[in-house]
Design a protein around this ligand. Sequence first.
Ligand SMILES: Cc1cc2nc3c(=O)[nH]c(=O)nc-3n(C[C@H](O)[C@H](O)[C@H](O)COP(=O)(O)OP(=O)(O)OC[C@H]3O[C@@H](n4cnc5c(N)ncnc54)[C@H](O)[C@@H]3O)c2cc1C
Ligand code: FES
Ligand code: FES
Length: 1330
Amino acid sequence: MEEEALVFAINGERFEVSNFDPSITLLEYLRSHTRFKSVKLSCGEGGCGACVVLLSRYDSDNDEVKSFTVSSCLTLLCSIDKCSITTSEGLGNSRDGFHPIHERFAGFHASQCGFCTPGMCMSLFSAIVNAEKMPSKLTVSEAELAISGNLCRCTGYRPIADACKSFASDVDMEDLGLNSFWKKGDSSHLKADKLPFYDRDNQINVFPQFLKNELGVLKRQSWYTPTSLLELQVTLKSILAEDSERVKLVVGNTGMGYYKEIVPFHKYIDLRYIPELSVIRMDQNGIEIGAAITISEAISALKKENEAMGEGGSVFLKIANHMEKIASGFVRNSASIGGNLVMAQRKHFPSDIVTILLAVGSTVKLQIDSKLETVLLEEFLEWPPLNFGSVLLSIQIPHNQSNKIGNKVFFETYRASPRPLGNALPYLNAAFLAEVSHCETTNGVIINNIRLAFGAYGVKHAIRARKIEEFLVGKKSLRLEDLLEAITLLRGSIIPEVDTTHAAYRCSLAVSFLFEFLHPLINARDGLVEDSLEKTFDRNEDPGLLLSGSQMVESNQKYYPVGKPIEKTGATIQASGEAVFVDDIPSPPRCLHAAFIYSTKPLARVKCVKTNPELLPVDVISFHDIPKSGANVGAKTMFGPEPLFADELTMAAGQPLALVVADTQKHADMAASSAIVDYDFENLEPPILTVEDAVQRSSFFEVPPIIYPKQIGDFSRGMDEADHKIISAEIRLGSQYYFYMESQCALAIPDEDNCMVIYSSIQCPEYLHSVVASCLGVPDNNIRVITRRVGGGFGGKAIRAMPVATACALAAYKLQRPVRIYVNRKTDTIMVGGRHPMKITYSVGFKSDGKITALHLDILINAGFTQDISPIMPHNIMGPLRKYNWGALSFDMKVCKTNLSSKSAMRAPGEVQGSFIAEAVIEHVAYALSIEADIVRKKNMHTFDSLNIFYGVSAGESHEYTLPSIYDKLAVTSHLDERIEKIKEFNGNNKWRKRAISLVPIIHEVFVRATPGKVSILSDGSIVVEVGGIELGQGLWTKVKQMTAFALSSNLCNADGEDNLLDKVRVVQADTLSLVQGGFTAGSTTSESSCEAVRLCCDILVERLMPIKKSLSEQSGSVKWETLITTGHLQSVNFTASSFYVPVIGTNHYLNYGAAVSEVEVNLLTGGTRILQSDIIYDCGQSLNPAVDLGQIEGAFVQGIGFFMLEEYLTNSDGLVVTDSTWTYKIPTIDTIPKRFNVEILNSNHHKNRVLSSKASGEPPLLLAASVHCATRAAIKEARKQLSSWRGRTSNESDSAFFQLPVPASMPVVKELCGLDNVECYLESLISRC
Ligand SMILES: Cc1cc2nc3c(=O)[nH]c(=O)nc-3n(C[C@H](O)[C@H](O)[C@H](O)COP(=O)(O)OP(=O)(O)OC[C@H]3O[C@@H](n4cnc5c(N)ncnc54)[C@H](O)[C@@H]3O)c2cc1C
Ligand code: FES
Ligand code: FES
C-alpha cells in the first residue's frame, strides 16, 4: 500500500514528505532536512525554549487559524500534518528584511551569544499574534510572560524583557532600557516613533492558502489516526495481536521530555482526532474535559466557565491559575491533560494536575478494552499501571458549589518550586477544598467537608490526607490546638519515599500550606489570630513579573566610535537564526555522527565496552585507535596534557571511555546510552571523592611556587593584637555547571595528505590545534581549527571543549570520513566538570570595633581527576579575597586530586569563591560582635596604602582606587539608610516574610595577555579583521570593529567619515592557520587585548597610507576613503598588517572595582527568596562600548545569582552528576532575577596602561551577586530571631548563634534555617499565651 505523504508548510514553503521514521521530531527534521537552522537544540526536553516554533493550524469549520508555540524538540513530525510552521527566519531575514522583533532584540542589546534568541523571538511573536486577536492587544505583563519559559544564560533577561515590552500597547517608553534607537532627551513620542516599526496590519501570513485546501487526516502504517472510539478499539486490537511494545499512544509527545526514549517507537496512535477525547462540555454536574485537550485549551475553557458562572466558578479559575504554572507556554500548548494523568498513573510522574483534580473530587472516564468505565480519580491512581490497551477518554470536574444555604466553599492550590512561574517541577504541591458554615453555638466555623490533596513530594502519586480530613470534619469551632493536631497528623502522613531529595523540607511545605489554608478559619473569638488572611500570608503577592530598572552609562566621545553603545555585531542575524554555529554547518557528504560513552564509576578497570550490534551498526573509537605516532592526549593547559580516553583504568565517573560513531546523531546517542561497560574493581583502592579523602591519601596536584600567592604580614602577631577570635570556622562551596545554551560540539573533516580541518565551538582554538596534532601524531601544520562563534562558553569551552573536538578528529582520521558531534545535555553535564568545589576553614582575629587584625585560611580545592587549570586556583581565590585589609593574611591551599570529573575554569574561577569567603568572614565577625556587617566592611576597607600592600603594582595610582567612592555613592543612590528603616518596619509587621538588604564591594584583579591581530583592506575599501579572541557573546567582535573604525578613520578619514568605516569592517572567524598564537579567550581581558592588537595593525596601515593621503589632499583637498584605497592599490601598498600585542610586564594587570546592594524577601513558609531590587555601580574605566559592558555586568550578575541561590549541583555516591537535565538543574529564568535592577557604569579616569583607558567587564560583576546571598542571610537572621522568641528563647541567645548559609541558598536550605518546624513553633507559642 502506498503511504500517504505528510504535507505541511515551513515559512510559507510547501513540504511533502513520504519516507521517514515516525519517531522523527520536528526539530530533527528542520535541522537536518531543511535550510531553516534557527531552531536550536539545547536540552531536547522541553525545558529551555531554544527550539520554539510557531505552529498554525486551520480550523475549516470556523474558518479560523489557531497559532501557538510548541517545542519542536518534542513535537513529532507526523503530528504537524496540514500545519504551518513559522521559524525565526520566516519572520524576516537578511535578504528580505528583518522583522521588527529581530531589530528590537538587536537594538535593545538583548542578544549576546544568540543561541537562545530565535526561540525568544518566536515566543514573543506568538504572544503578539495572539494578542492582536484580542481587543486589549499585548500588555506589558503578557509581553514579559511570553518568554518566561525560555532560558538565556548570557543576558540576565532584563534587555530581553525590554525588547518584548516595547511591543506592548500599554508600555511606558520611559520604562524601557538602554537601546540603540534613542538619544538622550528624546520625548516619549519620539521614542515610540524611533522604534523599528511594527505594522499591525501587515502581519506575516502564518498560514498559506495552499494548505487550507489540504483535507483529511493523515493515515500511515506507522501513524494511526483513529477518528472514532470504535476505530481506536479496532486499531488497538490489531496492534495487541502483533507487538504493543513499540507502539505508542500519543497526543503532544511532551512526556518524552521527561521519559527519554532510548529506543524509538515504530508506530504511533494519534489520539487527537477522536471526538470523545477532544470534548469540552459543561453541564449541571461540572465540566468534562477530553483527555486530548491541551493544558492551554483547558485553561481557556476553565476561565471561560468561571466567567460564565460568576463567583461560583472560582474553583475553576484557581485550577486554571495553577495550570498556568505548569511547564511553559510552549509545552502547555501541546501537552494534554490526559497525557499528564496517564504519566502520573502509570509512571508516577510528579503531576500538578492530578493533585488539583484530586482535591476537587474529579472522576475519569476510560475505555478498558472495549468497555467504558467511569471512576473517581482517586481510585484510578490506585489501579495497577494502565496497560497499553486502555485509553483515558476524559476528566469530569464537578462544580463544587455548595447547595446548602449558608455554606461556603474555600478552595486554594499551592506549589513550591525553584521558579515561581513554573518551568520547574514542584517540591510539593497541594490543593485544599473545604465546605464550611457558621456554627451558631460557638460563633465559629464548622468544616462540613474537606478534601486535602498533596502530591509531587516523592511518592507514587498524589494522596488525600484522609486522617486529617476526618479529624477536621465536624469540629464545631476550629481552634489553634486543632490546627496543631492536624499538623501533627499531617507529618505522619506526608512521608516521601527513601532517597527523595529534601524529604524533610517537602514535609514542612505540606505543613506550611495546610497552615496557610486553615489558619483563617480559626475561631476569631480566640482573639489570638490578629492577622487576616491577606495580611498574614499576602497571597495576593502575585509572582507576576513587571520588572523595571535603569541603566546609567556614559558614552565617551574621545575615541569615537569606540565608547559608543552600538548594537552588537551580528545581533540581527542571531535573532533571525541565520548566524551559523558549529552545528549549523551543513554536513559534508558521508558525514558520520558521534556520541561519548563515559564511565559511571569513579575508579575501576575497564574490561570492555560493548555496544549492541543488533540495535545499530556503529564504530567504537577508543584509546586503542590512536595512531602509533600519536598520543592519548585530549586537552592541554600550561600545566600539561591530559588523556583523551581512559585507558585500562577509569579515573572518574564522567571520564570519556570511547566514542560511538553512527549514521545520525540520534543513532549515535542511542548506541552510546545503551552501551554496556564491564568494570573490574579487584585490588583497587577506594576512590577519592572528597577533599578529606585526598588529604588523607596525600593526593594533590602540584602548584608551581611562582603562581602560589604570597602571605601578608605576621598572622601570629595579628592574632595577638585581636580582642576576639573565631577559630576554625568552616564553609563548603559546591560546583556550578556552565549551562551554555549550545552544548559542546565539533565537526572534523579529513583533508588531503593527512590533514584535518576541525570546526569547534571553543574558546582556545590554538590549544586544540596542537592537541589534535599530538593525538594524531601529525605535524601542527596538518591541522586547522576554525571557530566562528560560540553559543556561550563561560570557561566551559576553554579546556573542556578540547577532548570533544579531539575525539571527533580521531574518529574522522581513523574512518577517513567527516565526523561531527553535538553532545547531548545529559552527557555534557556529566562529562564537563564545572566550578571547583572547596572546603574552607578560617580563623580570624578582630578588635571590638570590628577591625580585623589577622585571617588564616585552610582551603582544600577539589580539582577532579586531571589538573586542567586547577593549579591556578589558589592564585585566583586570593585575588578578590584581598579586597579587605585583613591585617595579616596567611593561608594554606591545596589542590586535591580526586576521582571526580575534572573541574575547570568557570566565569570568575576561584575569584567568586574568594570574594564570597571574604564576605562570609566579615559577616561572621559582625555576628560575633552583634554589629551590622556594613560597619565591619567599612572598618576593613582598604586605604590606598593598604591596597598597595595587598595588591602591589596592580593597585596602580591612588586616583584609580575608586572603590571607596563607589561604595559611598551606591549607599546614597540606592537610598540604603531609608530602605533599612523601611525594612525594619516591614519585618515588624510581617511574620511570614522577612526582608533584608546588603551592600557588597568587590575588587577583581585581571591580567592582560599577548594576542595577535590582522587587518586587511580590500580593493573596495571594505575591511577584514582577524583577532585571537573568540566571539562568545561577550561583544568582542563589536569592540574590535569599533576599534578598527576608530584607528583607521581618526587618521585617514575626513571628519564625517567615521560611521561609514564602522559599516565597512567585518570581523571574521578564527582560523588557526591564518592567524597563529591566538591564545585563549578567558579572564575578561581578551576583548581589550584584541582591540589593542587591531589598533597596532591599523597604525601600520595608517603609516603606509598617510603619504598617499597627504599627496591626494594636496591635490584635491578632502580625500574620500575609496579614493585613498584605490590609489593605494595602484601604488602596490601592502594592505594587510599583522601585529602581536604584548602588554608590558608589570603593567599588564589592574584592579576592577564595583559594588552591589541587593534587597531580598524571604518567605518563611516556603523558603523562597525574591530579589526585590539590586543596584550596581561598576567601574568600567572608559568603556569601549557601554552597551556591551552593561550586558556583561547584568549577565554575569544573574549567572552569579544562579550560583549563590539556585543551581544545585548534585552527584551520586560514585561522584556521577545527577542534576543532569533541565528538570534538575535550574539556572535563573526571568522570574528569578531582581524585580528592580539598576546598573550604573562608572566612567572612571583615563589611564595610560589600559587599552584606551578601558576596563574589563566579563567576570568581575559575577562576584557582586554575593550581595543577594548576604541579604538572604540577613533576612534569615531576622526569621531566626523571631523563631527563637516563639520557642521562648531570648533574642540575645539567638543572636549569638551564628549560622553559615550554604551556597546555593536554595528554597530547602533557606527554609531549614528559618525552621522546618516554624509553623508548629508559632502555634505552640500562641497556645501557650492563652
Ligand atoms: C518541560 C516540561 C515541564 C513540565 N512541567 C510540569 C509541571 O510542572 N507539572 C505537571 O503536572 N506536569 C508538567 N509537565 C508534564 C506535562 O504536563 C506532560 O508532559 C503532558 O501533559 C503530557 O501530555 P502529552 O499530550 O504530551 O502526552 P504524551 O507525551 O503524548 O503521552 C504521555 C504518555 O501518556 C500516554 N497517553 C497519552 N494520552 C493518553 C490517553 N488518553 N490514554 C492513555 N494513554 C495516554 C502516552 O502513550 C504516553 O505514554 C511538564 C512537561 C514538560 C515537557
Ligand atoms: S531544545 Fe527544545 S525546549 Fe530545549
Ligand atoms: S544570548 Fe541567550 S543564551 Fe546566549
